[in-house]
Write a new protein. Structure first.
Lengths: 236, 254
């Protein structure tokens, strides 16, 4: 470090003879050089062959299920004969289940719109880029606020008697608060202690969506009454 | 030359002028030719010539996007074949389902495969989104590709939903009726949007034709375009992003 040449500063407004520098390296500080120890492999055959095998496995899997399971086909469409219950495709049955608890404009328009909007803004919301483990550091101070917000969500859905959302929400909240200070205790709690707030929220969304879809698909019968799945056939 | 092995036959073919006019590089036995194989091929050049070894691990991506893409390819192939036997009219559409089941060779198999591939694609796309979220792979510079992915999820759902009506059976008719009745409740535009989508006030022959055109032309083209952007950007942003990485690459002061 002792043989570093001194900085030579040339002040000029002529960009041809003296190009403008965008970085100035002080003689006492050398730039950090990032050395990667990453291993690289040739795309062919390593990646291409894996892709081909994946495609083959998907085709084989689909072909086998196409041999074993037949796509459903009911009687010809008849506008005068409404089946009971009339169900949307399975991926919309979560929404249709919500329709049971909320007015149509909330379940069919407002909630899906909010979900899509929330998904789109994920990478642009600062918290999703910077969040660390929820309770780490000064995170403990968040507890009262999170308790209030969680309680408000539970109260809101309970007011509409929407138990398929209330129960998973309470479960996720319990897990979230159980993770508090859990980094030094058992394995499950130490894993939960690493979860960030965005991850808690997304896990909550995924669980609620799954519960609603499963109930709508398998547990709903005539008049959207609760039935056991083995008492009726399910059409996909 | 008396020995005639498979290898020598391949080599002979590879040396012909016609073959070399199609595939300019020789056998992929050297790294140079393995590189040429990737970047001289329109379809493979979405890949770099070399990839990070760790991205090939199963737990890096669980191959979920690949599964969704494989399903999309299966859907295009089976879908085009199904189009040969299908009339988007009432009641012929339903009769064509019976035709596929009882008259067309492997017709039922085709329809089964198309339907299961569609369900798997919706499910795999959703899981892919979850994987990307929990691996935090939406972070810069990949923000916009996440948005493209959300649009692709919606296009996938719409493709599946428009296809749901085409068999014109009770399941299809009432499934679409329920769904479009939900859309009706949207303030201001709900009724008009539903009328535009169905070509009338109820699910009818007009709706069948519109859903058919959307399902077979408009949405597949949209999917192809968005998918191209999606995959191209994965490459541009440095390849697939797996779980958050602890800084293994050392920062050294030289």
């Amino acid at each position: 470090m002792s043989t570093v040449p001194p900085i030579d500063v040339v002040d000029s407004i002529d960009p041809v003879s003296v190009p403008r520098r965008i970085a100035l390296v002080r003689p006492d500080r050398r730039p950090a050089v990032r050395t990667t120890e990453e291993k690289y492999v040739m795309t062919f055959p390593n990646l291409i062959v894996r892709e081909v095998i994946l495609f083959q496995l998907v085709v084989i899997g689909l072909a086998l299920s196409a041999i074993v399971f037949d796509a459903p086909l009911e009687g010809i469409a008849n506008p005068l004969e409404t089946p009971n219950p009339a169900k949307a495709p399975w991926y919309f049955l979560g929404l249709q289940e919500l329709l049971h608890y909320f007015p149509p404009v909330v379940a069919g328009v407002l909630m899906p719109l909010l979900v899509v909007l929330a998904l789109v803004v994920i990478p642009y919301a600062r918290i999703n880029l910077t969040a660390g483990p929820l309770w780490a550091g000064s995170g403990a101070r968040r507890a009262p606020l999170l308790f209030l917000v969680g309680g408000a969500i539970v109260a809101l859905f309970a007011a509409f008697r929407c138990w398929p959302i209330v129960v998973p929400t309470v479960a996720v909240l319990l897990a979230m608060f159980a993770a508090r200070g859990g980094s030094s205790s058992g394995r499950v709690r130490s894993v939960l202690a690493k979860v960030t707030l965005p991850e808690w929220i997304m896990a909550w969304f995924a669980i609620v969506a799954t519960v609603l879809t499963v109930i709508g698909t398998f547990f709903r019968g005539p008049g959207w009454s609760f039935v056991w799945p083995w008492t009726r056939s399910v059409g996909f | 030359m008396t020995t005639l092995s498979l290898d020598s036959v391949f080599r002979r073919i590879r040396d012909t002028g016609v073959y070399r006019s199609i595939v300019r590089h020789g056998a992929a036995s050297t790294n140079r030719n393995r590189s040429l194989l990737v970047f001289e091929n329109l379809f493979l050049h979405v890949h770099p010539v070399k990839v990070r070894a760790r991205t090939l691990r199963f737990a890096h991506t669980y191959w979920l996007g690949g599964i969704a893409l494989a399903c999309a390819l299966v859907l295009v192939a089976t879908g085009v074949l199904l189009m040969f036997y299908y009339h988007p009219s009432v009641p012929q559409a339903y009769r064509d389902m019976k035709e596929l089941e009882f008259v067309v060779d492997n017709g039922l198999f085709l329809r089964n495969m198309h339907r299961w591939a569609a369900h798997v694609m919706v499910f795999a796309t959703f899981l892919h989104m979850m994987r990307v979220f929990f691996h935090r792979a939406y972070r810069p510079p990949r923000q916009f590709n996440w948005v493209v992915g959300v649009v692709l999820l919606l296009v996938t759902l719409l493709l599946s939903y428009t296809g749901y009506l085409l068999p014109w059976d009770q399941l299809a008719f009432w499934g679409v009726s329920v769904g479009t009745n939900m859309a009706k409740t949207a303030p201001l535009i709900g009724e008009k949007a539903r009328f535009l989508l169905l070509g009338g006030n109820i699910v009818s022959e007009n709706a069948l034709l519109r859903f058919y055109v959307l399902h077979c032309v408009v949405l597949p083209v949209a999917l192809l375009l968005m998918l191209s952007v999606h995959i191209w950007r994965v490459r541009k942003d440095g390849g697939v992003q797996g779980p958050p990485e602890s800084p293994t690459d050392r920062e050294e002061v030289r």
